[in-house]
Design a binder for this molecule. Structure first.
Ligand code: NAD
Length: 376
């Protein structure tokens, strides 16, 4: 079985294999070929891959690969170079990308979308959303501290006292909780909000203070899958009022709020930003999903009134060496479940719930129930 790991396209510094995962997969009998330079932006050299048991090749190695491991969904040009029946595992960004899914299907690819991995105990080690969001939450605080012209911790010196920075985290999921932990480690005074009641205890366990409108709607605002529900207009208005008075006193705001399959909720208005002190910093981690912050621009640091609003794209890619290690491990752990230990070849159990949840295309068709054409 040949596994190929290509170099990602421009703008994606992560890579879908590490020396550790190469060693693991080679140990299961696979032949692993890495495109030369694939790990360069994650600080993994070709030599390090070779030492782990891979061979270094070129893009043309895709043509006879049984498995292609990627970070991003392959382009139509990439797909044209893959062999029929190849397994391709990546973050496929399937929502609203019907054409791309059709291309994968028509090429006879078995395309797996890692971001659809169910959030169950068995699949925790394959959860790319968590592994990458965790690092994004950390990086958001680092980016904020870099742009903020003041210190985070309180410092009492002979020359006077520097006050601690006030950090407010909006959305206390995986990214938000790591942002809270990171800001606390840097010595900030941290508050956080979320619409899921379960998050209150988690925020407090990290030393953050929870700020939210805790009414009856709030108490029922979590889906059985553990995600946020879209809140009513009335709740949003009450939440906005509370947030408005709180934000005026903050130095740093980090927003991470998402609702699966919906645009990100707008949580910070221009008027709220105008109420902040000069030099305050906002990081909008939801910017690529429509943004939580009015005036945030994807890929830019926007000046909105007295505040700089950071809207970096691909935040896990800003900490690529760590992100690649965890992402690679998520993929190799999933791939291992599809490798037959005896024959050392692929043996996919199409009834496995992990396969069912992530498989987008098979036998020339889009097979995932959420994305299959409705008239099929
Ligand atoms: P996410 O990325 O979908 O959203 C980020 C956060 O934004 C969530 O906490 C959400 O409640 C919050 N949010 C949405 N609308 C909001 C609003 N209007 N105001 C404030 N906050 C708002 O979430 P996630 O990080 O993927 O985590 C979602 C859930 O999944 C959490 O309960 C998390 O603990 C759980 N989870 C479970 C597993 C597992 O069991 N394997 C793994 C990872 C995450």
């Amino acid at each position: 079985m040949k596994i190929f790991i290509p170099r990602e396209a421009e703008g994606e510094p992560r890579v879908a294999a590490s020396p550790d995962t190469v060693k693991k997969l080679a140990g299961l009998g696979a032949t692993i070929v890495i495109e030369s330079g694939a790990g360069a932006l994650s600080r993994i050299t070709d030599e390090a891959y070779e030492a782990a048991g891979a061979t270094i090749g070129s893009a043309s190695d895709a043509s006879d690969a049984d498995v292609v491991l990627k970070v991003r969904r392959p382009s139509a040009d990439d797909v044209a170079t893959y062999k029929k029946g190849a397994v391709v595992i990546a973050t496929m960004d399937p929502y609203g990308n019907d054409e791309a899914l059709k291309t994968l299907a028509e090429a006879g690819i078995l395309a797996f979308a890692m971001e659809l991995m169910p959030r169950i105990t068995r699949a925790q080690s394959m959860d790319v959303l968590s592994s990458q969001a965790n690092l994004a939450g950390y990086q958001a605080v680092i980016d904020a501290s870099h742009t903020f012209d003041r210190a985070f911790p309180m410092m009492m010196t002979a020359a006077g006292t520097v006050p601690a920075a006030r950090v407010f985290v909006m959305g206390a999921g995986v990214a938000g909780l790591q942002a809270i932990a990171t800001a606390k480690r840097l010595g900030a005074i941290v508050t956080a909000t979320d619409v899921r009641p379960a998050s209150k205890e988690q925020v407090e366990s990290l030393g953050g203070k929870f700020v939210a409108v805790e009414d009856e709607e709030f108490k029922a605002a979590e889906t059985s899958g553990g995600y946020a529900k879209e809140m009513s207009k009335a709740y949003q208005a009450k939440q906005a009022e509370l947030v408005a008075s709180h934000i005026a006193k903050q130095d740093i705001v980090i927003t991470t709020a998402l609702i699966p399959g919906r645009p990100a909720p707008k949580l910070v208005s221009k008027a709220m930003i105008e109420s902040m002190k000069p030099g305050s910093v906002i990081v909008d981690l939801a910017v690529e999903r429509g943004g939580n912050v009015e005036g945030a621009v994807a890929g830019e640091i926007a000046e909105v009134g007295p505040v700089r609003v950071i809207g970096h794209r691909n935040v896990p890619g800003r900490i690529a060496a760590s992100a690649s290690l965890l992402y690679s491990k998520n993929l190799s752990t999933f791939l291992e479940t599809m490798i037959d230990k005896e024959s050392k070849g692929l043996k996919i159990d199409f009834d496995d719930e992990l396969v069912k949840a992530t498989l987008l295309t098979r036998d020339g068709k889009v097979v995932h129930p959420n994305f299959a054409p409705k008239d099929a």
